[in-house]
Design a protein around this ligand. Structure first.
Ligand code: FAD
Length: 389
């Protein structure tokens, strides 16, 4: 028996998933180091290669063990956790267990009106007051803020230095006085994201991640991980949008044409190439932190998702355009493939915006992967307070 199998067997021997409470099982799994095996011992992992994770997940699923509903807690898993691991103190590492078990949902307070692609332009201020920081500003497009217990937050702590140098990164308690979450309705009709208003929110200095003024560097860790998390969502063949659309194709032999067949086949091959590139990226990740290559995965994912959902709507003609329901919903999870073809088509529009727009990702790939000349940046050495806004 391999190491993964042995450890899974030991966990199952002590905690029979058919009789153990779900949360108790998830906590025991974390404590056994089988949550994310590449994390250090004591933080839900075994310092083992990432490749072991798949074996562990498969063995536990086969034994009927509950999972931590990863789609519901994607921001915590994909963005907050790797950043806390890289920059967190011992005290902050305690946030990891309830994050992984799903007891505490996380959101990402980065984007602002006027600071999305140009995140370093953000204006939310954090002023030092004794052992606390006092934060005031407005964030926007905050997915899951209505369910979140914690947020990762970037704020401006020094307006007198150039924009990238004056930022600091915090963990924000979403239940703190002064945090106000308002739903923001999307093109799909639902409010998966929110506006978040921060008014004199007190954050203890102990909730700072990384050094004062080093927020840009810390945020890069989050953003690189975000792109990998969005871009390489699954390693299973026909998972995600391509699987849903292939099912639609199989269910409607009457609608097939030779041209549609060619089109779908081309997209299917592209999905398979992207999936395999994702597998390779994960192997590369096992050897270090995610690099700018993750941007290519995210770019490819967005393009393909929109092409596939567009194909499905056209294939189903008038049935594809029929929308199910415009009721305002505040969903628990970010769902790319749920509901009907009309929903998928509309939700896919956001794929090329969220987590970095396709245009900006192309810039990153051009500059940092291909080594092409950088865009002119006239604001690089100007204090943030002197920039036109
Ligand atoms: C569904 C969804 C969920 C989201 N969830 C979150 C979240 O949870 N937390 C969070 O903080 N944010 C979230 N966002 C925000 C997202 O990260 C931003 O919308 C994104 O970074 C783009 O910023 P912006 O909207 O301000 O557009 P802008 O930056 O104003 O861009 C407008 C247009 O200009 C283009 N552009 C800008 N700069 C350049 C350039 N240098 N070169 C070429 N083109 C350029 C852009 O590509 C875009 O087409 C979410 C967005 C969506 C759609």
């Amino acid at each position: 028996m391999g190491e993964a199998q042995e450890r899974v067997a030991a966990l199952l021997a002590e905690h029979d998933p058919t009789t153990t409470d779900r949360l108790e099982f998830l906590r025991a799994r974390f404590d056994a180091g089988l949550a994310w095996v590449h994390f250090p011992v004591g933080l839900g992992g075994l310092s083992a290669p990432r490749a072991m994770q798949q074996e562990v997940d498969e063995a536990l699923t086969a034994a009927g063990a509950p999972d931590n509903n990863p789609r519901r807690i994607g921001i915590g898993l994909g963005m907050a956790a790797p950043t806390i691991l890289a920059y967190g103190t011992g005290e902050q590492h305690r946030l990891l267990r309830p994050l992984w078990t799903g007891e505490e949902v996380w959101c990402q307070l980065f984007s602002e009106p006027g600071a999305g692609s140009d995140l370093a332009a953000l204006a939310t201020r954090a002023r030092r007051d004794g052992d606390d920081w006092v934060v005031t500003g407005q964030k926007v497009w905050t997915s899951s803020a209505h369910n979140a217990r914690w947020a990762i937050l970037v704020a401006r702590t020094d307006p007198d230095v150039p924009k990238h140098a004056g930022l600091t990164y915090f963990v924000c308690d979403m239940t703190a006085p002064g945090v106000e979450v308002r739903p923001l309705r999307q093109i799909t009709g639902e409010a998966e994201f929110n506006e978040v208003f921060l008014t004199d929110v007190r954050i203890p200095d102990s909730a700072r991640l990384g050094e004062i003024g080093d927020g840009w560097r810390v945020a890069q860790t989050t953003l690189m991980n975000e792109r990998v998390a969005i871009g390489s969502r699954s390693s299973a063949r026909e998972a995600g949008m391509v699987g849903v659309v292939a099912e639609t194709w199989r269910a409607h032999p009457d609608r097939r044409t030779a041209a549609a067949h060619d089109q779908l086949l081309g997209l299917w091959v592209e999905a398979e190439a992207l999936r395999l590139a994702g597998v390779r990226l994960r192997q590369q990740l096992a050897a270090g932190a995610p690099g700018p290559e993750g941007s290519a995965m995210k770019l490819g994912f967005a393009r393909l998702s929109q092409a596939l959902s567009g194909f499905e709507v056209e294939f189903l003609a008038e049935d594809g355009l029929r929308y199910d329901d415009w009721t305002l919903r505040r969903p628990e999870l970010v769902d790319f493939t749920g509901r009907g073809p009309g929903y998928r088509y509309l939700r896919a529009k956001g794929n090329s915006i969220e987590g970095g727009t396709s245009e900006v990702l192309r810039n990153i790939i051009a500059e940092r992967v291909l080594g092409l000349p950088a865009e002119p940046r006239v604001d690089k050495d100007v204090p943030w307070k002197d920039l036109p806004r």
